[in-house]
Design a protein around this ligand. Structure first.
Ligand code: K2U
Ligand code: ZN
Length: 173
């Protein structure tokens, strides 16, 4: 397993990759599992609770997640070629962050329930319903696969302020 660099919005090169639409994966192979292992290690190290492959420079339709609370047993989740097949419930606001937009948090409204279909770590087809933080994270990560960042849901002013803040922090580092 290896740590990968997480792309951030402060450079044009990284932003160009983050804005790409990720490509479907033809098959769940050992190489793909190695990428998912690296993504999970990178996510835990960040730390974060979700990560899309494009965030480590691999624009393929793969997401990893672990929603286990501090102190609980890790509960790694792998989603290959995930699709949201249904959304429901009421619109719910949640204070989101993003490992590609470090240290910036803002409210985003999303449907409170989603039904998703994906291939798991073994390449088996799974259909699952999500709500709560799981639904928020799935939709946040699915946005990444479409080249959409959570700040793209904000006003132009707040989006520009977020990017300026990340650029300022990168210069200071
Ligand atoms: O995509 C990412 O950058 C990973 C996010 C996933 C996430 C964002 C918003 C809401 C839920 C999940 C990172 O895990 S950011 C860290 C974080 C953790 C819990 C809640 C909000 C942000
Ligand atoms: Zn994100």
């Amino acid at each position: 397993m290896a740590l990968r660099r997480i792309l951030t919005v402060d450079t044009a090169a990284d932003m160009a990759v983050l804005k790409q639409i990720s490509t479907p994966v033809p098959a769940v192979t050992d190489d793909l599992r190695a990428l998912m292992d690296d993504m999970l290690e990178t996510m835990y190290d960040a730390p974060g609770i979700g990560l899309a492959a494009v965030q480590v420079g691999e624009p393929v339709r793969v997401i990893v997640m672990d929603l286990a609370r501090e102190g609980d047993e890790p509960a790694p989740r792998y989603f290959v070629n995930p699709e949201i097949v249904e959304t429901g419930g009421e619109l719910q606001a949640y204070e989101e962050g993003c490992l590609s937009v470090p240290e910036y948090y803002d409210e985003v409204e999303r449907p409170s329930k989603v039904k998703l279909r994906y291939l798991n770590y073994q390449g088996e087809a799974v259909e699952e319903e999500a709500e709560g933080l799981f639904a928020v994270c799935v939709q946040h990560e699915m946005d990444h696969l479409e080249g959409v960042l959570f700040i793209d849901h904000l006003s132009r002013l707040r989006r520009d302020r977020a990017i300026a803040k990340v650029k300022k922090a990168a210069r200071a580092a």
